[in-house]
Design a protein around this ligand. Structure first.
Ligand code: ATP
Ligand code: MG
Length: 570
């Protein structure tokens, strides 16, 4: 491709509102342009990379027996109502105003299940892996970081249909392996975390993550044993609060100016861990009283998984007073006004000598023994772990890092098949719901994450196989010499003939502009054709990543390119 005829609107200056490197560089190197909040056009160079990524996705999905579909983005709303997801998706689902009854699909479990219901009749029709690479629409409340969180984006989404849980395991493991192969082929550094299956009670779920400050997920990582988990589910080894030797009688005491755990600690010199923090949540509009240690933070994802619904929220003052008898800061396990369900964090199991609210404004109890003095209905791991706590597997220190989710594999079970009546007859002739899995990868996220991990202050650093072109041919000051111009054209034609995808900078611009643009665009190798080397029968080849330059004879260029080894590891 001749750069003089190709549309690559590179930008010399930094773009002020692009804060993360991938966003900045995708704009500056002419890969994308923003059209609206979370809405981007891919320009030819960017689309070329997307297509390379899509080819890898398609190849690996075909390798595990996936069959490619193209499902509609316009979906009848009824089918989304039947699975309860019009409500569950809330504002994220785009509704269409001038055509009632249609929505824009944010994902495709519903449509896949619809087709499964139509045509899967018997266990003999299973298993199936169905996938597509297609545009999704999500009304993200805060689109940001360029294409990492768009309102329209391309997803590779796959769905497995099985007749048994063992079959689901096989399909899930195939995707697990395919995802490794995909991200390895894209040269990404990533890790896999156990993730929350959410309130929907799925069986198992893992996310493929890239560590990055641009990420909106938070993960716990152990560099020693490799333990990795989304903070939504991460656990750690922390010593339980335990029992004190002296077990005094409970005693109410006035605490008029203590509204928080810190107030109690400061005003009464109490140890933080003996202050049982109480939190009241409304779960499907029923109150739930939760006890945590000191200033531990309640993990809402863990709570959602425990109560089996996303419909949770902290109770407001009115509700607190109605159910407990007191407002914020004075709630506790003793003398509750109404009988409500009480759960507590595992660290408080069996603890005594605790301080907690007296359900009377301005009063607390001390010497509370959770075994002796009150009813705790169930114990769970409810807390959000903190940086530096001990790994649950090997006791090393955990790191807490930000990460970008590249992909997600998820054992759905029968939620959608039951809701939509997608059943099959098993070998005994008994009707059963199809057992499903769902597997998504964000195509633009692969691209942006690659750039996050492969750039320097001059621009992007591409590698095979996702690089938009194999090589950048730079003709230097061609207008000064007809011979050089002709020679450069010949090199270009020969490389094309040999099957290389070449970007040929034949523009009539200064060498400086060409070098800067070449580094910004970032093809793995630059073949620099200048008068002095050319007159000696040579060109200079520059490695974009290392900056190393080599003089190569013109008739040795092809061989050099064929022998080029991209970075082995970094
Ligand atoms: P997130 O938590 O980042 O919103 P998600 O859990 O909603 O992601 P899934 O519904 O599992 O994502 O979608 C599968 C994949 O699609 C994600 O792993 C991610 O790579 C990609 N993806 C999801 N939302 C977006 C978006 N708004 N823009 C670009 N890619 C996205
Ligand atoms: Mg999302």
């Amino acid at each position: 491709m001749r750069q003089s005829e190709y549309f690559i609107p590179t930008l010399k200056e930094e773009v002020t509102d692009a804060v993360i490197p991938s966003h900045q560089l995708m704009l500056r190197a002419g890969l994308v342009r923003q059209v609206g909040a979370g809405i981007f056009s891919f320009l030819p160079l960017g689309y070329k990379v997307l297509k390379n990524i899509i080819e890898i996705l398609r190849d690996e999905m075909d390798n595990i027996g996936g069959q490619e579909f193209l499902l509609p983005a316009l979906n009848p709303i009824e089918i989304w109502e039947q699975t309860g997801r019009v409500e569950a998706m809330g504002d994220v689902l785009f509704h269409i105003k001038n055509r009632e009854g249609l929505v824009l699909a944010p994902t495709h479990e519903e449509i896949i299940t619809f087709h499964a219901r139509q045509h899967v009749k018997s266990y003999r029709d299973l298993p199936q892996i169905w996938y597509q690479i297609q545009t999704k629409f999500r009304n993200e409340p805060r689109p940001k970081s360029g294409v990492l969180r768009g309102r329209q984006f391309i997803m590779k989404d796959a769905y497995s249909l099985d007749s048994s849980l063992e079959g689901l395991d096989v399909s899930y493991n195939k995707h697990y392996q395919a995802y490794h192969d995909i991200f390895d082929r894209c040269n990404l550094n990533y890790f896999v975390v156990g993730a929350s299956s959410g309130a929907m009670g799925g069986r198992q779920s893992q996310e493929f993550m890239v560590e990055s400050n641009a990420g909106e997920d938070i993960c716990a990582l152990c560099d020693d044993c490799g333990y990795a988990a989304n903070l939504e589910v991460a656990s750690s080894n922390v010593k339980p609060v335990g029992r004190l030797d002296n077990n005094d009688e409970i005693e109410m005491f006035p605490t008029p100016n203590a509204k928080t755990i810190n107030d109690l600690i400061e005003q009464f010199g109490l140890p933080e861990e003996r202050c049982a923090k109480s939190v009241v949540y409304m779960v499907n509009n029923e109150p739930l009283l939760i006890f945590m240690r000191g200033n531990d933070e309640l993990n809402e994802s863990k709570l959602q998984a425990i109560v089996g619904t996303n419909n949770i929220r902290p109770a407001v003052s009115e509700e607190l007073i109605k159910f407990t008898g007191a407002d914020h800061g004075s709630i506790g396990p003793i003398n509750l006004k109404t009988k409500i369900r009480i759960i507590a964090d595992n660290l408080l199991k069996g603890a005594n000598g605790l301080v907690s609210g007296a359900n009377k404004d301005g009063f607390h109890y001390k010497n509370i023994d959770f075994e002796r003095d009150c009813r705790i209905d169930e114990w769970y791991d409810l807390r959000t772990i903190q940086e530096g706590e001990q790994c649950p597997k090997c006791n090393s220190k955990l790191r807490v890092v930000k990460a970008i989710e590249l992909g997600h594999i998820f054992k759905l079970g029968t939620k959608y098949s039951e809701a939509l009546g997608a059943t099959f007859l098993n070998s005994e002739g008994v009707e059963q719901p199809i057992i499903m899995g769902s597997y998504g990868i964000g195509v633009e996220r692969i691209l942006a994450c690659y750039i996050e991990q492969n750039h320097d202050d001059k621009g992007i650093i591409w590698e095979y196989p996702i690089t938009p072109f194999d090589v950048h041919l730079l003709g230097i000051n061609l207008h000064n010499s007809d011979e050089l111009k002709k020679g450069c054209e010949e090199i270009y034609e020969e490389l094309l003939y040999a099957g290389f995808d070449v970007l040929f900078d034949d523009r009539d611009v200064s060498a400086g502009i060409k070098f800067n643009d070449a580094d910004l665009i970032g093809l793995p190798l630059q073949i620099i054709v200048g008068k002095r080397n050319y007159d000696n029968g040579n060109v200079e080849i520059k490695n974009r990543r290392t900056g190393e330059r080599e003089i190569v004879p013109i008739d040795g260029i092809e061989e050099y390119l064929l022998n080029y080894e991209p970075k082995s590891d970094e």
